[in-house]
Structure formats: C-alpha cells, structure tokens
Design a protein around this ligand. Structure first.
Ligand code: SF4
Ligand code: F3S
Length: 104
C-alpha cells in the first residue's frame, strides 16, 4: 500500500482524497492516513500531494508510518471528499521532523 508520512502533519491539503478510487483515506485532527488493507496500490495519490507526504511502503521514509497508518485508520473517520486545507498549511509545508516537534 501507499502510506501517509509526517509531511502531512498540519498541511492536510486533501488533494489525495479527491483522486483515490477506493476512498481509503481517514482523517485525524492534524493529518490523514491510508488504510493499508483498503489501498489498491494504484499510486495516483502520490503525485497529487503538494507536501510530498505520500510514499509507497517500499520507500525507507514509510517506516514507521505504515504501522501508524494502520493503527490510526482503524480509529479515525473515513474521508471521501476534499475539504479546505488549514489556512496556515503552507507554513508547515516541507518542515522536517514534524512528529517529534508537535507530538513528543
Ligand atoms: Fe488510494 Fe491509490 Fe493512493 Fe492507495 S495508492 S491511497 S488506492 S489513490
Ligand atoms: Fe496530507 Fe498531502 Fe493528502 S498533505 S491530506 S497527504 S494531499
């Protein structure tokens, strides 16, 4: 499957949601995740993300996000329509180590 990484945190552009043919994105307060068992590996979301937050699970950057995508997608609501990104999304675009900065 494809995996949403920490580059999504506080960006949440949601262009990914618009293109996913199987609606396998789930929404948390600060980021989206992909349900790894629902993703059909089509890859169309990857180039749509302005923050380059989406990678295939074979990418070294997917670690440890594959397991977090699995865990969070089981608890967060499904999202099948794009909503507006946060007003300050661009301020966080490309910021490194967001998980450590905001959640530890
Ligand atoms: Fe959806 Fe395809 Fe992206 Fe998987 S790779 S999340 S199926 S758009
Ligand atoms: Fe996040 Fe990129 Fe989608 S920032 S919400 S993975 S378009």
């Amino acid at each position: 499957p494809y995996v949403v990484t920490e580059l999504c945190i506080k960006c949440k552009y949601m262009d990914c949601v618009e293109v996913c043919p199987v609606d396998c994105f789930y929404e948390g307060e600060n980021m989206l995740v992909i349900h790894p068992d629902e993703c059909i590996d089509c890859g169309v979301c990857e180039p749509e993300c302005p923050a380059e937050a989406i990678v295939p699970d074979t990418d070294p950057k997917a670690e440890p996000w594959l397991e977090l995508n699995r865990e969070y997608s089981a608890n967060w609501p499904n999202l099948n329509r794009k909503k507006p990104a946060p007003a300050d999304a661009d301020e966080y675009k490309g910021m490194p180590d967001k998980y450590a900065k905001f959640f530890s």
